[in-house]
Design a protein around this ligand. Structure first.
Ligand code: PLP
Length: 410
């Protein structure tokens, strides 16, 4: 690890000064990075009619969603609440794909009433959907292609034991239901998991879609899902988007010739669009030497950033307050009463109490997976856009914690 931890600047503003202005802990996003990721996808897939459906669940702040919309993206929502947040952000129903997993039919009805396309993920849902709507409401089918892929078991969604989608082996049952209720299927979808590196996996998924698609004459799009891997540290492999774009587009164009019509190619990137835009800044509460390890205890924990404990995820850490200090080994840990290691065995410029540390790549599945565990307040969010750092979510206050409690007269 090199000693030089250069000052991090977002659109010319020092990250440290943003954190000082808005306080700690705080999630800070670089809007330009989100837009440039969208552009890199658009150029990688320039030879096909591409639609980007940003996976809202990665980071669902309304200002971020507005930025995605401005950059030409649509959205994928996995709950009715996400559908409604997307509408708050100004997305038309036609720009929203609703991809539920095992939800109550009431929620599907609500989505249909809002005019949002439903991505059908089970045979019972297909039966109920068909019986109620027949051919009046175009729909998509989430196919489980039985491909094992993804960074780890918790984020693999396309293998044979996964709960997601309808098994490709059940295609005959799917076709029976489509015929029985005359359901208008306009799209087929797969999402095999997250942190997928190889173009080959997307191509294998594509081949499952292409073959299945020949059974559906009314298609307007094929949706390849998300799951592109980004680099979490220097030298980490990341999905080569240009390669994926070239290979998948070529296969897709060939398929369209065979299908007889040009379809749209949809992608649902979550992490790829927002991970690298995000910086999570915390403050060192205590530096605690023990016989074996020096711990830095920070004013945060798995309640704000669960990825290290949940997925063994690696987030690079910088010491913003002492970038040129002597490198020493630390474990950066949270204040939660539970083992919540945020970064293990890291060489950091000497940390003192009060130093601001930053976790990089914190845009995706950071605040969107945060909680109030230990009755802690959730952090503020700040967006840097057009050279200005602006608050896009207030830091929670104590009243937020107890707002919905009903205190009995005991
Ligand atoms: C989570 C999810 C995505 C995005 O996954 P990333 O790994 O963040 O790209 C896309 N589509 C669906 C249906 C999802 O559930």
């Amino acid at each position: 690890m090199s000693a030089a931890q250069h000052p991090i600047q977002l659109q010319g503003i020092a990250l440290e000064s943003i954190a000082q202005e808005f306080g700690s802990p705080v999630y800070i996003y670089d809007g330009e990075k989100i837009v440039s990721q969208i552009k890199s996808l658009q150029s990688a897939f320039a030879t096909v009619p591409l639609k980007i459906k940003y996976a809202t669940k990665a980071l669902s702040n309304i200002s971020i969603l507005k930025l995605v919309k401005k950059a030409g993206g649509g959205v994928d929502a996995v709950s009715i609440e996400e559908v409604r947040i997307c509408m708050e952000a100004g997305f038309a129903a036609s720009e929203i794909m609703y991809t539920p997993s095992g939800v109550n039919f009431r929620e599907v009805k609500e989505a249909v009433e809002l005019g949002v396309m439903v991505n059908i993920d089970s045979l019972p849902l297909m039966e109920e959907f068909g019986a109620r709507y027949g051919n009046t409401m175009p729909a998509c089918i989430r196919i489980n292609p039985h491909i094992m892929a993804g960074g780890n078991a918790k984020i693999s969604t396309g293998h044979i034991q996964s709960k997601f989608g309808i098994s490709i082996q059940q295609l005959p049952e799917i076709l029976d239901l489509v015929k029985k209720f005359d359901i208008k299927i306009v799209g087929l979808h797969i999402h095999t998991g997250s942190d997928i590196l190889d173009a080959e996996i997307f191509l294998r998924g594509g081949n499952v879609l292409f073959e299945a698609a020949m059974n559906f004459p009314d298609l307007t799009f094929l949706d390849f899902g998300g799951g592109f891997k980004v680099a979490y540290k220097a030298g980490d492999p990341a999905t080569d988007m240009a390669e994926v774009g070239t290979k998948v587009s070529a296969a897709f164009n060939e398929f369209c010739d065979k299908y007889g019509r040009k379809l749209e190619l949809w992608l649902e990137p979550g992490k790829f669009l927002v991970s690298e835009s995000g910086y999570f800044v915390v403050e060192a509460n205590v530096v605690k030497k023990t016989p074996q390890i020096t711990f830095v205890g920070v004013d945060s924990g798995l309640n704000h950033l669960i990825r290290p404990m949940m997925y063994d995820a690696f987030h690079d850490v910088y010491n913003l307050s002492n970038p040129d200090g002597e490198l020493k080994p630390y474990n950066v840990v949270g204040y939660i009463c539970e083992t919540d290691t945020l970064a293990k065995d890291r060489m950091l410029p000497a940390v003192s109490r009060g130093d601001l540390l930053v976790f990089k790549n914190a845009g995706a599945y950071g605040i969107s997976m945060s909680s109030n565990y230990n009755s802690r307040l959730r952090p503020a969010e700040v967006l840097v856009w057009e050279g200005k750092a602006q608050l896009i979510r207030k830091r929670e206050v104590f009243e937020d914690l107890i707002r919905n409690q009903i205190v009995l007269d005991i």
